[in-house]
Design a protein around this ligand. Structure first.
Ligand SMILES: Nc1ncnc2c1ncn2[C@@H]1O[C@H](COP(=O)(O)OP(=O)(O)OP(=O)(O)O)[C@@H](O)[C@H]1O
Ligand SMILES: [Mg+2]
Length: 199
């Protein structure tokens, strides 16, 4: 932890920034098993919001691991740090008035609670969306062939197989992707965002 650092206040307060840019930031945090549909839904939602000319950006699991978090693995400590950094980055995007969509497995409750806390301490909304599908369904989908590899013991610490997934207890939204299609998932999230003045 660095010492001798001082936080420099913003040039305008958050309400003025929102008014000037005519948008209020929010982080929509998608969590769920691999292949539950986080990236698919986040992409569709991003496209929908962009066509409404909303300032929107998606932070996605593997993509972030190619750059910002390329030094991190998948053991519990690395996963904690992965989510802490994403929590901080999404807070910055939200603070800049972006509708920030995050698509990370984020399997640990404590990590998601930390990401929420980072936002709430900054006066920013955090919308946790549980993208839920049963293990047998995601294993059947297996778009990246990861479950097959995990079952064969070729991937260690794979969420749902050899590493835990702790489902959200009180998510703002709970979407069951074995029971609804992508369009319906986007509709449900949009309803929440418009209902709360974010889109
Ligand atoms: N209702 C649905 N919503 C989202 N995806 C669905 C749905 N039904 C089937 N699918 C399919 O399930 C797969 C979901 O893959 P996707 O990459 O979005 O998962 P993910 O949660 O981002 O996984 P990962 O954590 O590995 O990145 C896609 O092949 C998608 O077409
Ligand atoms: Mg994904």
């Amino acid at each position: 932890m660095a010492t001798n650092i001082t936080f420099h206040p913003g040039s305008v307060d958050p309400a003025e920034r929102n008014a000037l840019l005519r948008q209020k930031g929010v982080t929509v945090w998608l969590t769920g098993l691999s292949a539950s549909g986080k990236s698919t839904i986040a992409c569709a939602l991003e496209q929908h919001l962009l066509h409404l000319h909303r300032f929107t950006y998606r932070l996605d699991g593997d993509n972030v691991r190619f750059g910002l978090n390329k030094d991190l693995g998948f053991d519990e400590k690395s996963r904690n740090e992965n989510i802490r950094r994403i929590g901080e980055v999404s807070r910055l995007f939200s603070d800049a008035t972006c509708i920030t969509l995050t698509a990370f497995i984020s399997p640990y409750r404590a990590d998601r609670a930390l990401a929420r806390d980072i936002h709430e301490k900054a006066g920013l909304a955090f919308v946790e969306v549980f993208i839920d599908a049963p293990l047998d369904v995601v294993e059947q989908r297996d778009p990246k062939g990861l479950y097959r590899k995990a079952r064969a013991g070729e991937i260690k610490e794979f969420t749902g197989i050899s590493a835990p997934y702790e489902p959200p207890e009180h998510p703002e939204l709970h979407i069951r992707t074995a029971e609804c299609d992508v369009t319906e998932a986007v509709r449900v999230i949009m309803e929440y965002l418009t209902g709360h003045g974010y889109a």
